[in-house]
Design a protein around this ligand. Sequence first.
Ligand code: SF4
Ligand code: SF4
Length: 165
Amino acid sequence: MVSVDFELRKKVMDAHIKDTLKYCYQCARCTDVCPVSKVTDGRYDPRQIILNSFLGLKEAIFNQESNFNLWGCTICDTCDEVCPQKIGLTEVFAVLRNMSITMEEGPEYYTSQASTIYDSGKAIPMQTAIERRRDQLGLPKIEPPNIEEVQKILNETNLNKILKK
Ligand code: SF4
Ligand code: SF4
């Protein structure tokens, strides 16, 4: 049986700008234009995620089998542009993803990328081959990031605790 999680519902509503979530009338324009929904034959369905969030159906959102529902969005913002009620779907998805990460349910590719940024200060660390090629092309040297500063900022977001650094 599916249960309603009022705390989840409140968290999403509180975090969502101007509480507009409740004005969704399930017209499905978001799903119609969503490129991820198209290539997955509707397996990914933003309209359904919005409905589940509004109803507080935690088990339908945070569930390993349906993890794709939470992480499939590419944040292209097309749904936000067409939604007649200006719901701001991607903001809701960001709130849900943050909750998923806090529950340690985030996908491995996501946490490993975050870990790389934490360790090197960059999403793609510099490599000797890239530096050599830049030299050959006469491009200027790239200054290394101040990793301590990057980590200080990330620690403020508690990312170090999530990544167990
Ligand atoms: S387009 Fe907007 S109003 Fe329509 S179902 Fe999607 S979120 Fe709801
Ligand atoms: S932002 Fe996400 S849900 Fe919205 S259209 Fe793009 S991929 Fe689909």
